[in-house]
Ligand binder design. Structure first.
Ligand SMILES: O=P(O)(O)O[C@@H]1C[C@H](O)[C@@H](CO)O1
Length: 301
């Protein structure tokens, strides 16, 4: 016998959820809350080579990802795999900083990549600041420049890969969250105001992050395509974290460090490599740190 609409809805609800039960998130959040004195409203995710941000914190409580219940572990060079709670900047604003993130190419499912974001939500975080290393597609961008993320293109999402796939738990957020306002206008204005104060106006841009799965860098034809559809930079992370944060009502601010210029011409003898990404990250870590710290200071005052 054919099922009516009600039965069909019930059938859908037995599709396994690609996630842990809500109570397991609560268990992880309680573990951290009991062990740190800090109650941050701002979380920072540090990208490849940018984890030094966490070392700038004072009065830190630091957790190895290995030691946090349910937390994935970092497998990529340049991602230390530590969660640092502490105070940032001259006004000592409490923040929590992920020194290393998780990527789909490491073999992690979307719910694991984004697990920490929901933990931040349970801990009371209201603003997520994401940073990442990227290849520059826009010809006006140079190695070492910083791009304020205005928008993203979620190629994985087009293919049906999303942290929000599966049965939606309304305790996190709505089934169909909007994404046209993913990167908060007010926070972006604050970042634009902060950049010249840090003397960054000459290498500061605002643009669109195109997300691909990696781990291979792009072919020239892929790079030209990404540019032609509006990508200013390309990276292999961030978007799932942002979507998850927006789903549960957090505001988001994002910065990309251009670590290499993406090769778009097959006659070039250059190649992209992760060592270069890390080296530029280390070289420009202070700039990214000053910018994030400047914005956090404004937010905390
Ligand atoms: O974690 P992010 O997005 O900063 O790392 C980028 C993308 C790849 O993981 C890696 C390539 O070098 O850097």
């Amino acid at each position: 016998m054919m099922n009516g609409p009600a039965e069909r809805k019930e059938e859908a609800s037995v599709v396994p959820v690609n996630s842990l039960p809500f109570d397991e998130y609560v268990r992880t959040a309680n573990f951290l809350r009991e062990k740190t004195r800090h109650r941050p409203k701002i979380a920072i995710i540090a990208g490849s080579g940018l984890g030094g941000l966490g070392n700038a914190l004072e009065q830190t409580d630091i957790f190895d990802y290995h030691d946090i219940p349910n937390f994935p572990v970092s497998t990529v060079v340049g991602h230390a795999g530590r969660l640092a709670f502490g105070l940032l900047g001259p006004t000592q604003v409490p923040v929590v900083c992920m020194q290393g993130r998780f990527h789909a190419y490491e073999g992690y499912p979307q719910w694991k990549i984004t697990f920490p974001v929901r933990i931040f939500k349970l801990l009371g975080v209201e603003i997520l600041i994401v940073t990442n290393a990227v290849g520059g597609l826009n010809p006006e961008y140079h190695v070492g420049d910083i791009m304020l993320i205005k928008d993203h293109i979620n190629f994985a999402g087009f293919a049906g890969v999303s942290a929000l796939c599966g049965v939606n738990d309304e305790r996190w957020g709505p089934r169909f969250p909007p994404m046209n306002d993913a990167y908060d206008k007010g926070l972006r204005a604050l970042a634009r105001q902060t950049a010249p104060e840090c003397q960054f106006q000459d290498f500061f841009h605002e643009g669109t992050y195109a997300m691909v799965g990696g781990p291979m860098f792009e072919t020239c034809a892929e790079a030209r395509m990404l540019r032609s559809v509006g990508g200013d930079v390309v990276g292999m992370s961030t978007v799932s974290e942002v979507i998850t944060a927006r789903h549960c009502g957090m505001k988001v601010l994002g910065f990309s460090l251009i670590t290499n210029v993406v090769i778009q011409d097959e006659t070039s003898d250059d190649t992209a490599n992760h060592q270069e990404v890390l080296q530029v990250g280390i070289h420009r870590a202070k700039a990214m740190q000053d910018l994030v710290s400047g914005v956090v200071t404004k937010l905390g005052s």
